[in-house]
Design a binder for this molecule. Structure first.
Ligand code: SAM
Ligand code: DTB
Ligand code: SF4
Length: 365
């Protein structure tokens, strides 16, 4: 039975013994007991070069060098959400200019997924601005999932809170991953959203896991949280048992009209630190450098890859906000000698290729 109770988080930054090499061949059971928040904070506080070296060392023990997963997002049901997540442009409570739309049809979604595939994406993630889908929404989503799966893409969806029978229906429809973020530490959660509880998120994650769907779960930094809250978020993620297969780390996109629009931007090196600590604590997870890449610039993104990020959102748009365009990402990956094209995961070693050029990864791209 997965253990999904919130882990007690301390606030003292006492330095505890840090276990840097908890190796696990797959994101299954916790190898060496739960991560303590203090131990994670000690990692976050390390001299940056030491932290990067450590993270890259762990990365190379578990992943081929240079392999970057490309995941494309599509907002299939935009706006009008009844939740009040303080970061989100799609909440009906905030005046952000995002209009509520109906769920997209199968033809439009299939065309977008086909275009993403042709551009090189291997995963297609459909997002809906729902608090919790109704059963009839799950039926319609099942049709979309089947169509995307039929193109040979990995499927991912993020639809809000799920009941166990809904997760099972999505699994049957062919859903590979479900994205449901914990967003921040439990202690900071009520500062960000009041229309649901942290435990609601954990319950949905348990339903997803129980249905046999791979878990995509991460968070956002730059929401005014303290460093201890970043450590608390990573502890929550790393202590999920098993930890998520995909861990998206978002840098807040400050959208005018949202309560968090005036948050002080995070120091880019602190963002890199969070990526590095995600890599060290969850060695076999795909750590995704997610929202906020437009603000980071090429050099900081390169540091994120050095810190162990091995996935990006790929395509000109996230859900409703912008993302670096495909041409810019192709150039960046080529400049860095990273292999972002047509890499696919295999159960055996997490990396397989259909084709690729100029790649520096250790496999025969
Ligand atoms: N409604 C569903 C839910 O909340 O799980 C799915 C869509 S929601 C937009 C998916 C995730 O996007 C959120 O959990 C949050 O982590 C991220 N997100 C939303 N707005 C963001 C922003 N302005 N900046 C960074 N990440 C954001
Ligand atoms: C995730 O962690 N980040 C993505 C995806 N999962 C669904 C969403 C980012 C949203 C950024 C703001 C927007 O465009 O709505
Ligand atoms: Fe709704 Fe999801 Fe946005 Fe929260 S993050 S307001 S649940 S769409």
């Amino acid at each position: 039975m997965p253990s999904l109770a919130p882990v007690a988080t301390g606030t003292t930054p006492d330095v505890q013994p840090v276990h840097l090499h908890r190796r696990a061949s797959a994101p299954t059971a916790l190898a060496a007991g739960p991560w303590q928040v203090e131990a994670i904070q000690a990692l976050l506080d390390k001299p940056l070069m030491d932290l990067l070296f450590e993270a890259q060392t762990v990365h190379r023990q578990h992943w081929p060098a240079g392999d970057i997963e490309l995941a494309t997002l599509l907002s299939v049901k935009t706006g009008g959400c009844p939740e009040n997540c303080g970061y989100c442009p799609q909440s009906a409570e905030f005046d952000t200019g995002v209009k509520a739309e109906k769920l997209m049809g199968v033809q439009e979604v299939t065309a977008a997924a086909q275009a993403a595939k042709e551009a090189g994406a291997t995963r297609f993630c459909m997002g809906a601005a729902w608090r919790a889908p109704k059963d009839r929404d799950i039926e319609k989503m099942s049709e979309l999932i089947g169509a995307v799966k039929g193109l040979g893409l990995q499927t991912c969806a993020t639809l809000g809170m799920l009941q166990p029978h809904q997760a099972l229906a999505l699994k049957q429809a062919g859903l590979d991953y479900y994205n449901h973020n914990l967003d921040t530490a439990p202690e900071y959660y009520t500062d960000v959203v009041s229309t649901r509880q942290y435990q609601d998120r954990l319950d949905t994650l348990a339903s997803v896991r129980a249905a046999g769907i791979s878990v995509c779960c991460g968070g956002i930094v730059g929401m005014g949280e303290a460093p201890v809250h970043r450590a608390g978020l990573i502890a929550q993620l790393a202590n999920l048992n098993p930890y998520p297969e995909s861990v998206p780390i978002n840098s807040l996109v400050r959208v005018p009209g949202t309560p968090l629009a005036d948050s002080a931007p995070i120091d880019p090196f602190d963002f890199v630190r969070v990526i590095a600590v995600a890599r060290i604590t969850m060695p076999r997870a795909r750590v995704r450098l997610s929202a906020g890449r437009q603000q980071l610039g090429d050099a900081v993104q390169a540091l994120c890859f050095l810190a162990g990020a091995n996935s990006i959102f790929y395509g000109d748009k996230l859900l409703v906000t912008g993302n670096p365009d495909v041409a810019a990402d192709e150039q960046l990956l080529a400049k860095l000698g990273l292999c972002g094209h047509r890499t696919t995961e295999t159960a055996a070693h997490g990396h397989g290729q259909e084709e690729g050029a100029g790649c520096s990864c250790n496999e025969s791209c």
